[in-house]
Design a protein around this ligand. Structure first.
Ligand SMILES: [Zn+2]
Length: 78
């Protein structure tokens, strides 16, 4: 069974669908049971979409935003 920190660690792969079937099933199962991670993934997806739509954003800004999202999710999961 995945823990919240595993979900956070694998969030990028999950959102980009770079996971095998078994991994994405584990993620989906955890998200089904965990409201924290559902909110996190939802927000994470929105952030990624915003970044992709905003072509002018620098890689540094993108990295900063991702780490802020991840840090917040980890704080919530504690
Ligand atoms: Zn969780």
């Amino acid at each position: 069974m995945l823990k919240c920190k595993d979900v956070v660690a694998n969030a990028t792969d999950y959102v980009d669908k770079e996971m095998n079937w078994k991994q994405s099933m584990s993620m989906a199962l955890h998200l089904l049971m965990c409201g924290h991670c559902r909110r996190f993934i939802k927000y994470f997806k929105l952030s990624l979409q915003a970044l992709k739509n905003k072509k002018t954003i620098s890689q540094a800004d993108a990295d900063k935003l991702s780490s802020e999202v991840i840090a917040k999710a980890l704080a919530d999961a504690r």
